[in-house]
Design a protein around this ligand. Structure first.
Ligand SMILES: C[S@@+](CC[C@H](N)C(=O)[O-])C[C@H]1O[C@@H](n2cnc3c(N)ncnc32)[C@H](O)[C@@H]1O
Length: 229
């Protein structure tokens, strides 16, 4: 089954998203640096770019940079005066991402903030409101990241929360083998964080939300999408 998901993902990437040297190089450099292959797929990255464009986003906040793959897509969805702040805990990931952003020609639009995202978020009040949020870091903190996103938003801001299905484990705690975002094992804390975040998305008075399951090159997973009301 996973082979078919992969084949279809490749077909959609080749047919709809199209080839992209800068992004292929970013993936290559990330792999070479020994970092995990847990970036969004090209089709998902393009969705982020389209959301930024549809929203007319001028300020984007990303939590979880890794090698900057999703960051490049987000930056491409904005005009030249747009700005992405991307929070990353690992200095080495931030260095690789910075080089990838430079190669992709979007580094002028992106500011990587190194450190624990919860500390960084606490210092971003003066730079709010943000028009679009992409939350894709340590899943245990997802409820806190979501609360921060609401605090740093305005009505009409869009929030995307990644990896909310996790091979089905979000429902029953068990991971279907080889279908999780990281190929199988998922920490209990990640599941708890994701479930609490989904409950918040469904009950928060200032959020109108949905969640979508996906299959593809990264297995069986999904994302949640919300608008701040
Ligand atoms: C799934 S990866 C991000 C993938 C990236 N968004 C993409 O699609 O290209 C998660 C990243 O979050 C970072 N991270 C984990 N915990 C963090 C924290 N507390 N604060 C900031 N970043 C964190 C990890 O080091 C990792 O680089």
């Amino acid at each position: 089954m996973k082979d078919q998901w992969n084949d279809v993902d490749r077909y959609l990437k080749d047919t709809v998203v199209g080839p992209d040297e800068a992004l292929e190089q970013a993936i290559g450099a990330t792999t070479e640096a020994g970092m995990p292959a847990i970036e969004v797929t090209a089709a998902q990255g393009k969705l982020l770019m389209l959301l930024a464009r549809i929203r007319g986003a001028r300020k984007v906040l990303e939590i979880g940079t890794l090698g900057g793959f999703s960051t490049i897509w987000l930056a491409r969805g904005m005009d030249d005066d747009g700005r992405v702040i991307s929070c990353e805990y690992e200095p080495r990931h931030a260095e690789v991402a910075q080089r990838n952003l430079e190669r992709a020609g979007v580094s002028a639009k992106v500011d990587i903030r190194v450190g624990a995202a919860l500390d960084t978020l606490d210092g971003l009040k003066d730079e709010a409101p943000f028009d679009l949020f992409f939350i894709d870091a340590d899943k245990a903190n997802n409820p806190k990241y979501l609360e921060w996103a609401v605090k740093l938003s305005r009505p009409g801001s869009v929030i995307v929360l990644d990896n909310v299905v996790r091979g089905g484990s979000v429902r029953d705690g068990a991971v279907a083998e080889g279908t999780g975002a990281s190929g199988g094992t998922v920490e209990d804390e990640d599941i708890r964080g994701t479930r609490e975040a989904l409950e918040l998305l469904g009950s928060h008075p200032n959020l109108d939300s949905t969640a979508i399951q996906t299959v593809g090159a990264k297995g069986w997973d999904g994302f949640a999408l919300a608008v701040v009301v």
